[in-house]
Design a protein around this ligand. Structure first.
Ligand code: CU
Length: 278
C-alpha cells in the first residue's frame, strides 16, 4: 500500500512542482507553464476544460466499443457472423455527432485566435530580430537597441537557469499592452514565450506582429521555436515584467547604455541644416 502511495506521490509531484516555479519549464513537468497573461489563461482553459475532456471521452468510448465487440462477438459465442453491411441511423449519427463536436470546439477556438490577432493600442512596442544565434531587440520609441546572448553554463550565477539565461534581458511594464514586432535577419526563427501564450515566426524581409499583457511581475523565459541551425537551442528569450516605476528606471539606464544613436548629435545636425537653409 505504501508503495502505491509513493508511486502516486511521485507522479503527482510535477503538478505541484510546476505551480511552485511558475515562470520556466521544469524537469518532469506535465501540462503548460502557468499563465501570466489573459491570452494564455484562455488557451489553458480551452485545452484543460474543453479539448482534454472531449478527447478523453472519445478515447474511452472507442476503447469500450472495441473491447465490447471483441468479447461479445468472439467466434466461440457468435458462430454465425452477421451479414449487415450498413445501417442508415448509425451512419447519420456518426457523421452528425463529430460535426457538432467540431462546431462546439470552434467557438472558443476562434475567440482565442481572434483575440491574439487583434492588437489593442500598444503602450510599449518592442522589435525582436532573430539572428544566427541570438536575439536583437529594439525599443523603437525609446531609441534603444541591444543584443541578447545566452549566458554560458560556466558563467551562470546562482538561481540562473541553464540554457535560458541571457546577458541583456527585455524589460516590460506589468499590466500594459506590449506589442512585439518580430523579424529575422538570416533564416527563419520564432519568438516564443509560453507563459504569455505568444509564438510567432521571425521571417527575414517580413514583420510579424503579436501582443501580450502580462498580469504578474517576474522573470519569464522562452526559446527560439523554429529550427534555425546548429545553435538553435542556444538563443533563449528572457523577459522581465516589472512595475511601472522599475520600468522607468530601467529605461533611463538603458537609454544611455543601449542608445541607438546620439540624439544630441542629431539635433545639432538638424540645427545646422536649418541654419544653412536660412
Ligand atoms: Cu532561431
Amino acid at each position: 500500500m505504501t508503495k502505491i502511495f509513493k508511486i502516486i506521490c511521485l507522479f503527482s509531484l510535477p503538478f505541484f512542482y510546476g505551480s511552485a516555479f511558475a515562470n520556466q519549464p521544469k524537469d518532469w513537468q506535465l501540462g503548460f507553464q502557468k499563465a501570466a497573461s489573459k491570452g494564455m489563461e484562455d488557451i489553458v482553459w480551452f485545452h484543460d476544460y474543453m479539448l482534454l475532456p472531449i478527447i478523453t471521452a472519445i478515447t474511452v468510448f472507442v476503447l469500450f466499443l472495441l473491447l465490447y465487440t471483441c468479447v461479445r462477438y468472439r467466434e466461440s459465442k457468435n458462430k454465425v457472423a452477421s451479414t449487415t453491411s450498413h445501417n442508415t441511423t448509425i451512419e447519420v449519427l456518426w457523421t452528425l455527432i463529430p460535426c457538432l463536436i467540431l462546431i462546439v470546439m470552434a467557438v472558443p477556438s476562434f475567440k482565442v485566435l481572434y483575440s491574439q490577432d487583434t492588437i489593442p493600442k500598444a503602450d510599449v512596442t518592442i522589435k525582436a530580430i532573430g539572428y544566427q544565434w541570438y536575439w536583437g531587440y529594439e525599443y523603437p520609441d525609446e531609441n534603444i537597441i541591444f543584443d541578447s546572448y545566452m549566458v554560458d553554463e560556466k558563467d551562470l550565477k546562482e538561481n540562473q537557469p541553464r540554457l535560458l539565461t541571457v546577458d541583456n534581458e527585455v524589460y516590460v511594464p506589468v499590466n500594459k499592452v506590449i506589442k512585439v514586432m518580430i523579424t529575422a535577419n538570416d533564416v527563419l526563427h520564432a519568438w516564443a514565450l509560453p507563459s504569455f501564450g505568444v509564438k510567432r515566426d521571425a521571417i527575414p524581409g517580413r514583420i510579424n506582429e503579436t501582443w501580450f499583457k502580462a498580469d504578474k511581475t517576474g522573470t519569464y523565459y522562452g526559446q527560439c521555436s523554429e529550427l534555425c541551425g546548429i545553435k538553435h537551442a542556444f538563443m533563449p528569450i528572457t523577459v522581465n515584467v516589472v512595475t511601472e516605476n522599475e520600468y522607468k528606471m530601467w529605461l533611463e539606464e538603458a537609454k544611455e547604455k543601449f542608445a541607438k544613436e546620439d540624439l544630441n548629435n542629431n539635433i545639432k545636425v538638424v540645427k545646422k541644416i536649418k541654419e544653412s537653409i536660412n
